[in-house]
Design a protein. Sequence first.
Length: 171
Amino acid sequence: MSNSVLNETKQYLTFKLSDEVFGVDVAQVREILDYVKITKVPQTPDFMCGVINLRGSVVPVVDMNLKFGMNLTERTVNTCIVVVEVKLGDETAVLGALVDSVQEVFEIEPQNIEPAPRIGTKLNTEFIKGMGKREEKFIIILDIDKVFSWEELEIVQSAGSFRSNDVATEN
C-alpha cells in the first residue's frame, strides 16, 4: 500500500459479501441498483453473471462473491448491483458488481487504515488497498481497478459490447 494512496480522508461505500464488509471509493461508484433481471452471456467465466440494460447501455454484471472464491450470491430483498467505473489503461469500463447488500457511505481517516495483509507469495492481495477499522471491525478496502486481471476485464468488456437491443429492456 502506498502512503500517497491513503494519506487523505476518503468516503467509501461499504457492502457485504457473505459475512465480510468491503469498501470501495465512492468516486468510482456510479449508482446502486436494486436487483434486476440479468441476461446470461454464454462462454463467460463463472463469476460473470451476464449483462443488464441500464438506460440503453449494456452493462456487464459480475458476482463479487464468486470472484472472491465465496459462494454464489443468493438473491434476497437486500441484493444489489453496485455500478462502478474500472480503469482499463487509459479507458474506463463500467460494470455492475452483484453484492449481498449495501451498507452505508462513510469517511475513514487514514490513521484508521492498516496496510493490506501479506499472506505468502502465492496469494495475490494487490487488489486490497488496506484494512479499515471501524468500531473494532475490519472493512476490506478494495482497489476496484485491481480486482480483475486484464484478461478478465477484456472478457467483461466484450460481454458488454453487445448492442443494447440484444438485452431485454429493464423497467
